[in-house]
Design a protein around this ligand. Structure first.
Ligand SMILES: Nc1ncnc2c1ncn2[C@@H]1O[C@H](COP(=O)(O)OP(=O)(O)OP(=O)(O)O)[C@@H](O)[C@H]1O
Length: 317
């Protein structure tokens, strides 16, 4: 139940398959989420994200493989698993005429929270999601971003260890997305473990500690963002300024294994690097070993959209 650095795995999925008749929606995926991590589950529409999340949420009864939450088999004890998870589906539903207060009280009762605690728990989760001022507003009058926050407030009512959030940021405007991002940061600080899905990579990139990319029911890459870029052998451009650069030095840098090109520009050398062959830090020491006195060394940000395009074109699948 623990990973190699001794952290407890809150989620463990081994060789999961989900079939709907002839549709083989999930085709044998495995991953683990250690406690306190925010795991981004990314893939295009129809890739199998919701199916996987529904299994973890104990809602999908027919599946093959081993799926555990806090070490408990979802199949064996769905009731106990349900107590440990907060599931936010990718649709909100319609709650005509209910106010935020009534909506949360309804779910607090469904979670069987003791009656005398409900008032204060509802107040807490509304404060956490910054909706205290909307306590008496009808749910249907809230903006989309507020509805998402209310849905998050709902899944926090019973203080679960694991949050399963299916596309919480889809359809939100940029400001509302930032709010969701801030909220998730707060969840992480509270020690929650989070699985969050999206079909947009950059929506999750800054937020997640680990990422799994799913396509056509298969996990095509998994790890930290850096590890994924290495797995994809994407090229990274590193800008370097050295004192008195000579053509000879530039040519020698270009000959380093893992360097695809080194181009002299007005005030710098732009180096295209295959990171899986030559990690950035080794490029640095490589240049020092060649006698270069480095004044500035800056790697360009990861080109995430390229990564996602590459994956969803099926190149690595
Ligand atoms: N109840 C169902 N019956 C039949 N096929 C289904 C059912 N639910 C999902 N599927 C199919 O299984 C595949 C995976 O769907 P799933 O919803 O898991 O993907 P997803 O990655 O969550 O996509 P989205 O972002 O569109 O929700 C799709 O081809 C979908 O049409």
């Amino acid at each position: 139940m623990t990973d190699d650095v001794g952290k407890v795995n809150v989620v463990s999925v081994q060789n999961l398959h989900v079939n709907y008749g002839k549709v083989h929606a999930v085709r044998g995926i495995s991953f683990e989420i250690p406690k306190g991590e925010v795991f981004g589950f990314i893939g295009p529409n129809g890739a199998g994200k919701s199916s996987t999340i529904r299994v973890l949420a104990t809602l999908q009864k027919k599946f093959e493989g081993e799926v555990k939450v806090n070490g408990i088999e979802v199949r064996d004890d769905p009731d106990r698993v349900r107590e440990m998870i907060g599931f936010m589906p990718d649709f909100f539903g319609v709650y005509e005429d209910l106010s935020s207060r009534e909506y949360l009280h309804f779910f607090a009762a469904a979670y069987r929270l003791p009656k005398d605690r409900r008032e204060s728990v509802v107040a807490d989760v509304l404060e956490l999601t910054d909706l205290t001022h909307k306590i008496d507003s009808p749910v249907d009058s809230l903006s989309r971003g507020m509805k998402q926050r209310l849905a998050l407030a709902r899944v926090l009512l019973h203080d679960p260890d694991l949050l399963l959030l299916d596309e919480p940021a889809s359809g939100l405007d940029p400001r509302a997305r930032i709010e969701v991002r801030e909220l998730l940061k707060a969840m992480q600080e509270m020690g929650k473990t989070v699985l969050i899905s999206s079909h947009i990579l950059h929506e999750l990139a800054q937020l997640c500690t680990r990422i799994g990319i799913i396509e056509a029911g298969l996990l095509v890459a998994e790890g930290s963002l850096n590890e994924i870029f290495q797995q994809l052998s994407l090229k990274r451009v590193v800008h370097v300024q050295v004192v008195n650069p000579s053509d000879e030095l530039v040519a020698e840098i270009e000959r380093l294994p893992g360097v695809e090109s080194a181009e002299r520009q007005t005030d710098r050398i732009a180096i295209r690097l295959r990171e899986d062959e030559l990690p950035i830090e080794d490029l640095h020491s490589g240049i020092v070993n060649l006698g270069g006195k480095i004044r500035m060394f800056q790697a360009e940000a990861m080109d995430m959209e390229t990564a996602f395009m590459k994956l969803t074109e099926g190149v690595t699948a």
